[in-house]
Ligand binder design. Structure first.
Ligand code: ADP
Length: 267
């Protein structure tokens, strides 16, 4: 029954935001995982051919920056982090452009900050650009604009950026692709941890589970995924957390063939 509802939700949703976490976009050697990107392009194309509209929110600029310039990986200084993101963002989008072009899709880059969501004028502009790109069949790829953000004003994590984007666009569904099948009742490295398949109240979930360490490439961890659910569920948008590295994961979700956690919006 749980699988059936997940399956139907993906089938019925027309406007989907897919968030790709750092651990999903990166290979073990720290470079951009081109096989993953290739499979993502295939899945986005399939969804679009089914009449759905897709917006991507992609992490990975900093890691792409480290592998491109081959230094500064250990620098914790915020200016170096921003510099790495500026270098890596080009690399990241270059890979998206080439790979998505092979599937006859064009991509567009949108870089946003927290402040952009606080101004009516800016949200209107973002919405207009998004709608124009989507009407023309272009895939928008959103990331945080790290150059103009210092720690205090950062959205903080792309899970939250993806949630704000989904709310602003009026998406039906946000899919967060992580390095794990979903949310467990305790740290999944502990024995006996159980996957939670459906959540109807993110606040309650937060109180009832134990959150462990995030992965080495990860940024937000599970806490920001729950925060994202709280944001989007309020607007009637469902959220699914699933394992990004699993081949055809989004298509499998639509067939009820993959494990995941579904945060079901109540209205
Ligand atoms: P991403 O880069 O995809 O955002 P993160 O590394 O930030 O992913 O968060 C996912 C990681 O959080 C998982 O790899 C897992 O080891 C860890 N984790 C800790 N506690 C939990 C939990 N209760 N349920 C699921 N994952 C958890």
């Amino acid at each position: 029954m749980e699988n059936i509802s997940k399956e139907n939700i993906v089938k019925d949703c027309k406007k989907i935001v897919i968030k790709i976490g750092s651990s999903t976009i990166t290979s073990k050697d720290g470079t951009i995982d081109k096989d993953f990107m290739e499979n993502l392009a295939y899945q986005v194309k399939t969804l679009m051919d089914e009449g759905k509209r897709v917006v991507l929110v992609s992490s990975g600029a900093r890691i792409a920056g480290v592998s491109t310039i081959g230094k500064w990986s250990r620098k914790e200084d915020i200016n170096y982090k921003q510099a790495l993101c500026a270098i890596g963002q080009v690399e990241l989008m270059d890979s998206y452009r080439k790979i998505f072009n092979n599937y006859d899709m064009h991509v567009a880059q949108i870089l946003l900050t927290k402040e952009d969501f606080c101004s009516d004028n800016r949200t209107l502009n973002i919405r207009n650009t998004l709608f124009t790109l989507l009407d023309e069949g272009v895939v928008p790829i959103i990331n945080e604009n790290d150059t103009v953000c210092v720690e205090e004003i950062k959205i903080g994590d792309n899970d939250v950026l993806a949630a704000r984007t989904a709310a602003l666009w009026g998406a039906d569904l946000l899919i967060i692709l992580s390095d794990i099948e979903g949310i467990y009742d305790k740290d999944p490295s502990e024995k006996g941890a159980k996957l939670i398949e459906i959540v109807t109240d993110p606040e309650e979930l937060e109180k009832s589970i134990t959150i462990g360490e995030k992965s080495s490439f990860g940024t937000g961890g599970i806490a920001t995924k729950i925060k994202a659910a709280k944001i989007v569920n309020k607007y009637g948008t469902h959220l699914i957390v699933a394992k990004g590295k699993e081949k055809d994961i989004v298509l499998k979700l639509g067939k009820g063939e993959a494990k995941a956690t579904l945060f079901l919006a109540q209205n």
